[in-house]
Design a protein around this ligand. Structure first.
Ligand SMILES: O=c1[nH]cnc2c1ncn2[C@@H]1O[C@H](CO)[C@@H](O)[C@H]1O
Length: 349
């Protein structure tokens, strides 16, 4: 790894399809002759893409609907992956696991021709972008493939994760479809999704799962016991069940926390009385890491999440611990994880 001396962060929870520069979206939308918001200016687009007021997850995910059509080409897929690496460098990240829905990048015509071969090309294009980005900017980036609970995309991402295991893809996740209008955490137990997670476990494919973000502690319990997730995406509401939280502390369950996102999705309400769950995680030495979730929507990258945590009282020692936690909880093969831990160890001393 060729890294700068301050490039010592590990980011585990960032959606590539939500981590695109506004300038790139503007360019792609214009190339695709898509209708731009407001007066058609870059400023109007940028404003429409950014969520500034906390509400709920559905509201937070709305801006995806503005640009997702512009991503549907292999060129766009490779470009956003490449540019992502440059942003990681700017944000002092040495290693990132970027997650995305390959379906979001699938060219329309591929849906009819051969969906799986189209999706394979998408994953290849993104992996190519990450490789070129690593060569040019330094940080290493691998992929976690997201399916949407309740449709066949979970089957597709399982197949893709099997095909690309050891070749850039390290795990699977389930997220919320931007236009779904419901929260998959709340969906009745979906036997097909459970089967996919079980199959992934058998094949040694790593598994994370969004849980306890807009759903309650029972969703975290379900993610661990039914889906056998190795990491929890967000997990803030774990704290509403003290017993569950204590078990998570005992079992060193890893929480992928995202400070700005936790507020803007309405997952955590800062009412002045309660401590933010991330603060409690830090105080209780829980196993958690720090990520940005969706920089496009938040209008800021992970550096600003560290700044926010600093304002909330976390210090360099907490950040060091969180980054070791992240490296330990990463989905890298053992030898690569050991290499990453060495790098992190050197840079954090
Ligand atoms: O905070 C979140 N919670 C749940 N789903 C999300 C969040 N951010 C983004 N996505 C969803 O994940 C998909 C794949 O990357 C995105 O398309 C978006 O719909």
């Amino acid at each position: 790894m060729k890294l700068d001396s301050d490039q010592k962060r590990v980011e585990l929870h960032v959606h590539l399809d939500g981590a695109i520069r506004h300038e790139t979206i503007y360019d792609l939308m214009r190339k695709n002759k898509m209708k731009l918001p407001g007066d058609g200016s870059f400023e109007a687009l940028s404003k429409a893409l950014t969520v500034t007021e906390p509400k709920d997850l559905a509201n937070f995910l709305k801006p995806f609907g503005i640009y997702i059509q512009a991503l549907k080409s292999l060129e766009a897929a490779e470009r956003v992956a490449y540019e992502f690496c440059e942003e990681m460098t700017k944000n002092k990240v040495a290693y990132a696991e970027a997650r995305y829905s390959p379906h979001n990048f699938l060219p329309e015509h591929q849906k009819e021709v051969s969906k799986l071969s189209g999706l394979k090309q998408v994953v290849e294009a993104i992996t190519r972008g990450f490789k070129r980005g690593e060569e040019d900017f330094g940080p290493k980036v691998t992929s976690i493939l997201c399916g949407f609970n309740g449709d066949e995309s979970v089957d597709d991402v399982l197949k893709l994760a099997q095909i690309f295991k050891g070749e850039g893809v390290v795990g699977i996740d389930m997220a919320t479809k931007q236009d779904l209008g419901y929260n998959p955490e709340e969906v009745k137990l979906n036997s097909q999704a459970i089967r996919c997670y079980e199959e992934a476990r058998k094949c040694g494919i790593h598994r994370t799962l969004h849980a306890g973000e807009s759903g309650g502690p029972e969703m975290v319990q379900r993610a661990l016991q039914v889906f056998h997730a190795e990491r929890i995406g967000h997990g803030y509401h774990t704290l509403e069940d003290e017993n569950l939280f204590q078990n998570c502390l005992r079992d060193r369950v890893h929480f992928e926390t995202c400070p700005h996102s936790s507020i803007l999705t309405g997952a955590v309400k800062l009412d002045g009385h309660k401590k933010h769950p991330i603060i409690r995680f830090a105080e209780n030495d829980a196993n958690f890491s720090i990520s940005s979730d969706d920089p496009t929507i938040i209008g800021k990258w992970v550096d600003s999440d560290y700044q926010l945590l600093e304002e909330w009282g976390l210090n360099a020692q907490h950040f060091k611990k969180a980054n070791f936690n992240a490296a330990e909880a990463s989905f890298l093969p053992q030898n690569e994880k050991a290499e990453l831990l060495e790098v992190i160890k050197k840079l954090w001393t």
